[in-house]
Design a protein around this ligand. Structure first.
Ligand SMILES: Nc1ncnc2c1ncn2[C@@H]1O[C@H](COP(=O)(O)OP(=O)(O)OP(=O)(O)O)[C@@H](O)[C@H]1O
Length: 277
């Protein structure tokens, strides 16, 4: 069953007016349709500027599309009333790429993680602290870390703080926009493992936006590929990417195969899968 359905969404941005030229609309999404099953991860791949982040924003309700629908848990995000929207919004969270700029540097980890809880739940100060301590434990950090400030964490640790904040309200789905792209290989693997554990333990669904096919393959059940504002391929089983004849997908796959054609065999595919686990 789908948790999220994007139906024929089109969106454009208005370019800024200049003295010489009239403002021009730039079409960024054209008739995009996508469906994510409950408890699964959809990897959204594509080259820079393909429209991945814009689609993420449309799904999060941050960018109202000119055309189309976003159905989350059976309800249209853009036509529902404000109260329903607030209720639904807690089930849909986001983790961005750059944790340093997506958290307030003046707030402690306790405040950062506790913020959504304070907005949505009436907890006593002691309950709030206990919940934050539990969330820190869930993402592999210590309760004592709640007193620290963003500058006292590494990039990987801060990304864990962002994940703790995203799961604080027990959401159904998280949009992860290049969430591991700024991390080194070891931290990437650790965060991907953590996301995988949370997914299987709590039945979370993810939209994993990335330009990195390796990371997408590691965590996703299904893969979609975007190019110039359109979805050009959907692989309901991620392994279908290896047999896709779509040129952009073939290029993406080729980018992770060994350089020498002699080595581009099924063994390389097996190695890729093994290395990605
Ligand atoms: N707020 C905005 N105003 C005007 N144009 C925008 C805005 N945000 C994005 N764009 C343009 O829309 C296009 C798609 O951008 P988007 O960030 O969605 O792509 P992307 O696939 O996520 O790329 P990247 O991987 O580089 O982040 C780009 O040409 C970008 O310049």
């Amino acid at each position: 069953m789908s948790i999220l359905e994007v139906k024929e969404v089109s969106h454009s941005y208005g370019s800024s007016r200049s003295f010489w030229r009239a403002p021009k609309e730039v079409q960024v999404l054209s008739d995009v349709s996508l469906s994510i099953d409950e408890g699964t991860c959809m990897g959204l791949l594509g080259t820079s500027g393909a429209g991945k982040s814009t689609l993420g924003k449309v799904i999060l309700g941050l960018e109202k599309p000119q055309k189309g629908q976003v159905i989350f848990q059976g309800q249209d995000l853009y036509t529902m009333d404000t109260i329903t929207r607030k209720r639904i919004r807690r089930d849909l969270q986001v983790v961005f790429q750059d944790s340093y700029s997506s958290v307030n540097p003046r707030l402690s980890a306790e405040k950062i993680i506790g913020e959504p809880l304070e907005n949505y739940e009436r907890l006593s100060p002691a309950e709030l602290q206990r919940t934050v301590a539990h969330l820190l434990d869930m993402v592999g950090l210590n309760a004592a870390d709640m007193k620290k400030y963003p500058r006292q964490f590494s990039g990987g640790q801060l990304q864990r703080i962002s994940i703790a904040r995203a799961i604080a309200l027990k959401p159904k789905m998280i949009v992860l926009d290049e969430s591991v792209s700024s991390l080194d290989m070891v931290n990437q693997t650790n965060i991907l493992n953590l996301l995988n554990e949370l997914k299987s333990e709590y039945g979370l669904s993810y939209l994993f936006i990335t330009h990195d096919i390796r990371a997408a393959y590691t965590i996703s059940d299904a893969l979609a590929v975007m190019e110039k504002g359109k979805i050009v391929e959907v692989c309901h089983d991620k392994n279908e990417v290896f047999s896709s004849q779509q040129p952009t997908v073939k290029n993406l796959v080729a980018s992770i195969l060994p350089e020498h054609p002699r080595n581009r065999t099924l063994t390389s595919r097996a190695n890729f899968s093994a290395n990605s686990q």
